[in-house]
Design a binder for this molecule. Structure first.
Ligand SMILES: Nc1ncnc2c1ncn2[C@@H]1O[C@H](COP(=O)(O)OP(=O)(O)OP(=O)(O)O)[C@@H](O)[C@H]1O
Length: 315
């Protein structure tokens, strides 16, 4: 079976990512024709699902150094469980895509990796998340410093209403990473270059960031994250507010950045997951269903639910 791996950023839906002329298969077996899911409505809702007892076994771990190891991570909002016992290894210098239908817990899991859930009243996280072996929820860890090490890019570009230069300089300044104006100029230029924005803004660094296009603003936000030398960059649907050309530019950038950073991206577009990631984790109803190399997940998923989702039968 071949999945069409879209090279154009125009396809933002997953439904078209399957060649309908070829039979889908699972676990290496050709499956009989599968009727469009009738069972979806009968599936239990998250709050009805029986929580599995925690198991620290990591499904299909990646080869190579692990940057973040999540073990039995659960998240509750006002006592209502949204994530159940997720154990996942995130490799370094790799793009890991988190996919799954709306409300399955992708963003919730993403936020556990830089303790952004701490900022949500009533949210509680259990389990263990280690970065380079160190528990990020340990009392000794300052969440502000953690968020510099684990940067985050959101759906909508959120530059500060300040100049382009100040947007990038802000992080290095508050974290005391530079000691002179010349050094700051260098840091700003380097970050903008790495984010692929330098040539477009070099002559207007003092102009407002709000005057940039959406795609440029998103690259500026990435430059702002990079400027503090993060180790991990979390991206929560970074292209969902962008047009296809700006999306393609961000995807190229993600591909370049993975040489230096561990990247985790939440995306609704299976075509995007297939284009940008090397590892994929599929979530459903608050649980991690399956994880593996992206090619395997898309061409030969082991779980029926993964197959149904990537072939557009639900979600
Ligand atoms: N701040 C919050 N307060 C209460 N419940 C929340 C909060 N954030 C998320 N939830 C709930 O947790 C569950 C998982 O939500 P989450 O946003 O992580 O899913 P998602 O897979 O990222 O969804 P989407 O693709 O729609 O962004 C949902 O049932 C959602 O309603």
């Amino acid at each position: 079976m071949k999945f069409r791996i879209f090279r154009s950023a125009e396809d933002q839906t997953g439904a078209g990512s399957v060649d309908p002329t070829e039979a889908p298969r699972m676990g290496g077996q050709i499956l009989p024709e599968i009727a469009p899911s009738k069972g979806a409505a009968a599936e239990p809702r998250v709050e009805d699902a029986t929580p599995r007892s925690g198991s620290a076994v990591v499904d299909n771990p990646p080869v190579g150094p692990i940057k973040i190891a999540a073990r039995d991570v659960s998240v509750f909002y006002e006592g209502k469980q949204a994530l159940y016992d997720v154990s996942l290894d995130i490799p370094d210098k790799t793009v890991t895509a988190l996919i799954g239908p709306s409300g399955c817990g992708k963003s919730t899991f993403l936020r556990t990796m830089n303790r952004m859930n701490d900022t949500i009243a009533g949210a509680k996280v259990t389990g263990r998340i280690a970065m380079d072996g160190e528990d990020i929820n340990d009392r000794s860890i300052d969440p502000v410093l953690l968020r510099a090490r684990v940067g985050m890019v959101f759906q909508r570009p959120n530059p500060f209403p300040k100049s382009i230069y100040e947007n990038v300089a802000y992080g290095p300044k508050i974290h005391g990473l530079v000691s002179s104006k010349a050094e700051m100029d260098e840091v700003v230029e380097k970050a903008l270059k790495r984010a692929g924005l330098w040539e477009e803004v070099a002559d207007r660094l003092q102009s407002s960031a709000m005057g940039l296009s959406g795609g440029q603003q998103q690259r500026l936000v990435i430059a702002r994250a990079i400027a503090v030398n993060p180790e991990v960059i979390l991206m929560d649907e970074p292209c969902s507010a962008l047009d296809p050309i700006a999306t393609a530019r961000i995807e190229e950038l993600i591909d370049e950045l993975r040489e230096r950073f561990c990247i985790v991206i939440v995306t609704h577009s299976m075509a995007q997951a297939a284009r940008v990631s090397q590892r994929t984790a599929f979530f459903h109803m608050g649980r991690l269903v399956e994880t593996g190399d992206t090619e395997d997940i898309f061409q030969n998923p082991r779980e029926r639910r993964t197959l149904d989702y990537i072939t557009g039968r639900f979600g």
